[in-house]
Write a protein that binds this ligand. Structure first.
Ligand code: MN
Ligand code: MN
Length: 470
């Protein structure tokens, strides 16, 4: 059974439309390199389309009715958007859910140290990474420093053309005989992922006492780096204790390939599904069933924490929404969740011609063959997977075919080669139908990942069709 290439059906108009969508996506990626930045951008775009803060409606005791559009933000790292339909909420919602956290290196709470004329920042990697991929690349620092006075300082260094960048060094090939005998997982070890931060010592201040000078002599380079941070951001070294600073690849999303058919960028997993879900959500206007888009955090480390999918944030928000629309009732709430239908919007592995041995070609996702559905994920015999119902996928197939959306089905590589998970199984706990659906990615979890613009386009159309018709 062969699946069709989306490219074969495109005319000039469709191609133009596809590239336009890709341009919007690249801009979204450049603005959102952390979960916080993605949530802020999603809220900005939603407000421009008439969405208002659900909490403000709650505070004002204002009712919400069909046609209203609201959002709720959780700790600046997750957001839920709702477009209220004409049908009662007990009939369920159509939900798109993606995650906006991506693999990266987080600064430790006490990151700064000096070693022989270098100031370095110690990191702890976040999510599944091949550590050796993160060395000798230009890196940027994104995040927040939360100060004791209650203010948050936003930090972005390394993205502007005039900004400096940072780097994790690797051993020169000339001296790597022993390193190259090691297994891939330990060629670069976690504790060796320290970021080169500075190398110029602070200038002695003549007005200081001998005592003060002695204090500084120890770590002059680190002291200089701290002075620069203090001057720019008004922060002290102790403020690192309450900071969330993420080391990510520096630079913008770019077209890839001589034909510009692909996009190379940091964070396709899972911002490609977050963006396409957001676009679909903001485009579909008058609805019968309430539509919802969830952009959540912490998927890459198991959907844990208050801002991950396992948190009660989503349940609480739905309960509040029901309260505003028709008055809270537990049975309505339970029916609303159980009768909902969801696409767990997450990426899938694309067939890689450099590594054909990792894929079973009949059940692999290919670039250009459209939106990818994973009936199940998991590892070692589907363990940990949401195995979607056949009846549900039959309904989805009908919607996609009716709307001329090119799609394919896939597994994440060959049986017993590894595996992975998404947020699908968590949403399935409510007794709702859920299936994984998204975009195929090459180099998944690498600093620079690649997707096909045709798949981006088809997935957006697929999400739109789902929100309208499921
Ligand atoms: Mn993902
Ligand atoms: Mn992932």
């Amino acid at each position: 059974m062969e699946r069709k290439l989306a490219w074969d059906k495109y005319d000039e108009v469709a191609l133009k439309d596809m590239h336009k969508l890709a341009d919007g996506y690249k801009a979204f990626l450049d603005t959102g390199k952390t979960e916080r930045e993605c949530v802020a951008e999603a809220v900005r775009q939603a407000e421009a389309k008439g969405y208002t803060d659900l909490n403000k409606a709650i505070e004002a005791g204002k009712n919400i009715k069909a046609g209203d559009k609201v959002y709720a933000v959780c700790m600046n790292k997750a957001v839920a958007l709702f477009n209220i339909g004409s049908k009662p909420l007990s009939e369920g919602m159509t939900i798109l859910g993606a995650h906006v956290d991506s693999p990266r290196l987080d600064l430790k709470q006490n990151p700064l140290y000096e070693d022989n004329g270098f100031a370095l920042l110690d990191t702890h990697y976040y999510g599944g990474v091949k550590k050796y991929q993160w060395v000798t690349l230009p890196l940027a620092i994104h995040g927040v420093i939360s100060k004791k006075d209650g203010t948050n300082v936003n930090v972005v260094i390394g993205e502007d053309d005039n900004d400096p960048v940072f780097c994790i060094t690797d051993l020169l090939i000339h001296l790597s005989a022993k390193q190259l005998e090691k297994k891939g997982a330990v060629v670069i070890e976690g504790e060796a992922l320290d970021v080169l931060f500075a190398s110029m010592p602070i200038v002695e201040d003549a007005s200081e006492s001998e005592e003060e000078k002695k204090e500084k002599i120890k770590d002059k380079v680190a002291a200089h780096a701290m002075k620069l941070l203090r001057d720019k951001y008004d922060v002290e070294e102790e403020d690192f204790l309450s900071a969330e600073l993420e080391i990510v690849p520096a630079g913008k999303a770019r077209d890839c390939g001589i034909d510009r058919s692909m996009v190379m960028a940091y964070g396709h997993d899972d911002r490609v599904c977050a963006y396409t879900s957001l676009v679909a959500m903001l485009e579909v206007d008058k609805v019968e069933k309430t539509t919802c888009t969830l952009l959540v955090d912490k998927e890459e480390i198991g959907s844990v924490g208050a801002t991950g999918m396992q948190s009660r944030f989503f349940e609480n928000t739905v309960a509040e929404l029901i309260d505003r629309v028709e008055g809270y009732n537990e049975l309505t709430y339970r029916r609303c969740l159980a009768n909902s239908k969801m696409l767990s919007s997450d990426v899938s592995a694309a067939y890689d011609p450099n590594f054909p041995e990792a894929f079973e070609k009949k059940n692999a996702a290919f670039f250009g063959k459209g939106m990818v559905f994973n009936k199940y994920t998991g590892a070692r015999g589907k363990s940990g997977s949401n195995d979607a119902n056949s009846e549900y996928f039959a309904e989805i197939r009908r919607i996609l075919d009716d709307n001329d959306v090119t799609f394919q089905t896939a597994e994440l590589g060959k049986v017993d080669f590894g595996g992975g998970g998404t947020i699908a199984y968590i949403m399935a706990l409510y007794g709702m139908n859920v299936i994984d659906a998204g975009v195929a990615v090459l180099n998944m979890h690498a600093p620079w990942e690649i997707i096909s613009k045709a798949d981006l386009y088809e997935t957006t159309k697929g999400y739109i069709a789902f929100l309208k018709e499921a």
